[in-house]
Design a protein around this ligand. Structure first.
Ligand SMILES: NC(=O)c1ccc[n+]([C@@H]2O[C@H](COP(=O)([O-])OP(=O)(O)OC[C@H]3O[C@@H](n4cnc5c(N)ncnc54)[C@H](OP(=O)(O)O)[C@@H]3O)[C@@H](O)[C@H]2O)c1
Length: 251
């Protein structure tokens, strides 16, 4: 129970990687606030997390300043602190050539994948972390590490997120550690188009011969949030079944 008495916010956590992270943190003794846009999915997730004693949900869009303020206020009012933050929300509504990217959509992706992350860190820092300490993990992607045809703009926003992670780590040290994780394909609804119907073929490119699970990523995020990682900050840790060792470019 290394996280006993800590409070965590995990954004975009009604399913997928975010929900697995929330489960891992609750199992390790933390109180968790999860977010997402759809109340019904959040209610279902909270039931699976063991109810209000362990977790609560606040519905809203991660890119909405009023939503961020209400989540942080709820964390402090309900559980007394905001020690841990996982910026898990990320969007990718487009597939295709960079040359065809619509600039309004591209701006929305930067807003949600990058600028909202900075704003969440600021909100948690102002409310608690700057004075009391904290640990943050951002969800980047292997698509941010090398060219990823078809999801190039998504990859560019994730590359920016990794850089922002390093900048924040320097600005906020020593009170707050800020790290990122960069997964390859993890089996969630978000990544369905990348593997559904051809999982075995896709997994063959991975030295470890399987795609990731949300729980794989949750273990790494738990480690980086915890004091076990107290001398690590500003890093983006790749978690990819060895894919990038082969020069793989999907995820
Ligand atoms: N899966 C992969 O292969 C993979 C690989 C590398 C990186 N990642 C990154 O991992 C993160 C999580 O992805 P995932 O695969 O777990 O996705 P997922 O299964 O589709 O889950 C996404 C979660 O985020 C919520 N969400 C989406 N947009 C939101 C918004 N604007 N505001 C608040 N909540 C929002 C969704 O709920 P609602 O729809 O109800 O809002 C849902 O709870 C993302 O940052 C993604 O870029 C994923």
């Amino acid at each position: 129970m290394t996280l006993k008495g800590k409070t965590a916010i995990v954004t975009g956590a009604s399913r997928g990687i975010g929900l697995a992270i929330a489960k891992r943190l609750v199992a390790d003794g933390a109180h968790v606030i999860i977010t997402g846009r759809k109340q019904e999915a959040l209610d279902e997730a909270i039931a699976g997390l063991g109810g209000r004693d362990n977790a609560m949900a606040v519905a809203g869009n991660a890119a909405d300043p009023a939503h961020r303020a209400s989540v942080v206020a709820a964390a402090v009012a309900t559980y007394g602190s905001v020690d841990l933050l996982v910026n898990n929300t990320g969007i990718n509504p487009i597939y295709g050539s960079l040359l065809d990217v619509d600039s309004a959509v591209a701006a929305k992706m930067v807003d949600t994948n990058v600028l909202a992350t900075i704003a969440w860190v600021k909100a948690c820092s102002d409310a608690w972390m700057r004075a009391h300490g904290g640990s943050v993990v951002n969800l980047s992607s292997v698509a941010g590490l090398s060219p990823s045809p078809g999801i190039g703009w998504y990859g560019a926003t994730k590359a920016m997120l990794s850089r922002v992670t390093a900048e924040l780590a320097v600005e906020l040290a020593p009170a707050i550690r800020v790290n990122a994780v960069a997964p390859a394909v993890v089996k969630t609804r978000f990544a369905g188009a990348l593997y559904e119907g051809r999982e075995e073929k896709v997994a063959a490119a991975y030295p470890l011969k399987r795609l990731g699970t949300p729980e794989d990523v949750a273990s790494l995020v738990w480690f980086l949030l915890s004091d076990e990682a107290s001398w690590i900050t500003g890093q983006t840790i790749t978690i990819d079944g060895g894919l990038t060792l082969n020069g793989g470019i999907t995820g």
